[in-house]
Design a protein around this ligand. Structure first.
Ligand SMILES: [Zn+2]
Length: 372
């Protein structure tokens, strides 16, 4: 009997897994989640008294629930692509409109038919009559931030072209950062757009994300890193707030982000001067970073998809970033939630064994170099 029940259970499982795969294969956008979809959670009501039509109802409910779970997952992935904004005209972040055309460009709103408008940051500051706009053209450009409310950003967007499910809750534009680049001076200026947006699934549940738009360098340390970390943990508390409270709270978070970006730039300016004074100290991995790298197991490695750095999750929240050629880019402390958030938002993925090995070897080679 037990044997029979077990066999029947396995068959039901296999049949249901087959059904999910079948439905997934017919969904537009199904390919976006297929590689990462592991299991789905369903609530099922099975009628045992043979009531009329119960099998029919069961089937309809089952298919509707699977449909909803898959739609939610696809919608979330489709709306949040790191580094790209949402194009209402094309209904996603995949088109050529979704990316800034140069490192100076920031998001400035939507055209009536839904394509994003990108503007030179200095031009935008000029239009906004920012009092320090002249200083953006200095040799060492000033660092300015602009906080925008969502209404201002979708002012021109016609209601008929608004895609359902995606909502932009506001943004901070910031610039100029000075980053390595292929200009004559070896440096180039960079402006960024930090957008807070949400996607609501068919169940009406909102998921918030912070997206950074801009031509960011291949590897850190990124001077906006701490501010972004703070923002992400602040956004994680938003799910519980009431609708009428929401805009107000997002506005508060965006001002907090702008303030932190400013602070980081100021203290970075001081640190850079110090570093220039004692140049040559380089990027020697700290002892702790090397220890954590040594002790880390396969599950403690992630890869930051945006820049290819290997993330090593060490003891007590210590998190180290190694470039593909084995340099320690930075070490920070991350909460468990922050780490899970990165993985959930697909900014990080689990690293492959070959990726881990490569970096380990390069780090060892470097460490040897600097000793001899
Ligand atoms: Zn488009």
């Amino acid at each position: 009997m037990n044997d029979r029940a077990g066999k029947l259970g396995r068959k039901i499982h296999d049949d249901m897994a087959g059904l999910v795969r079948e439905m997934l294969s017919r969904k537009p956008g199904g390919h976006l989640i297929e590689p990462t979809l592991k299991d789905i959670v369903l609530e099922l009501a099975v009628s045992v008294n043979d009531a009329e039509g119960s099998a029919l109802r069961f089937s309809a409910d089952l298919i509707r629930d699977i449909d909803r779970v898959l739609d939610d997952a696809i919608q979330h992935v489709a709306m949040f692509r790191p580094g790209r904004t949402f194009c209402h005209r094309c209904g996603g972040p995949e088109c050529e409109h979704a990316e800034p055309p140069s490192s100076r460009h920031v998001f400035a709103g939507y055209r009536p038919t839904g394509t994003p408008v990108w503007k030179d940051f200095a031009q935008l500051c000029l239009e906004e009559r920012h009092e320090q706009v002249d200083r953006l053209y200095d040799d060492k450009p000033a660092f300015l931030t602009l906080v925008r409310e969502p209404e201002a950003l979708r002012l021109d967007l016609l209601p008929a072209f608004r895609a359902k499910g995606y909502r932009l809750h506001g943004q901070v534009t910031a610039g100029f950062y000075t980053v390595p680049g292929n200009t004559a001076a070896g440096r180039t200026v960079l402006a960024l757009t930090f957008q807070v947006a949400s996607a609501s699934g068919s169940g009406g549940r909102k998921r918030f994300g912070l997206n950074i738009l801009g031509h960011t360098p291949q590897e850190g340390p990124f001077p906006w890193h701490r501010a972004v970390q703070w923002t992400q943990s602040a956004l994680a508390t938003l799910g519980r707030s009431r609708q009428d409270d929401l805009d107000h709270r997002v506005e508060g978070i965006l001002s907090g982000l702008a303030r932190r970006l400013q602070q980081e730039q100021r203290s970075r300016g001081r640190r850079t001067r110090h570093a220039e004074e004692r140049h040559g100290s380089g990027n020697r991995p700290t002892r702790k970073a090397l220890e954590d790298l040594e002790e880390a197991g396969g599950d403690d490695f992630c890869l930051d998809e945006r820049n290819g750095t290997l993330v090593v999750l060490g003891q007590r929240g210590r998190t180290h970033f190694f470039s593909a050629d084995g340099r320690l880019v930075s070490s920070v402390r991350y909460s468990r939630d922050a780490i899970e958030g990165k993985l959930k938002n697909r900014l990080w993925r689990k690293a492959a064994e070959t990726e881990i090995d490569t970096v380990r070897k390069k780090v060892a080679a470097r460490d040897g170099d600097s000793v001899s």
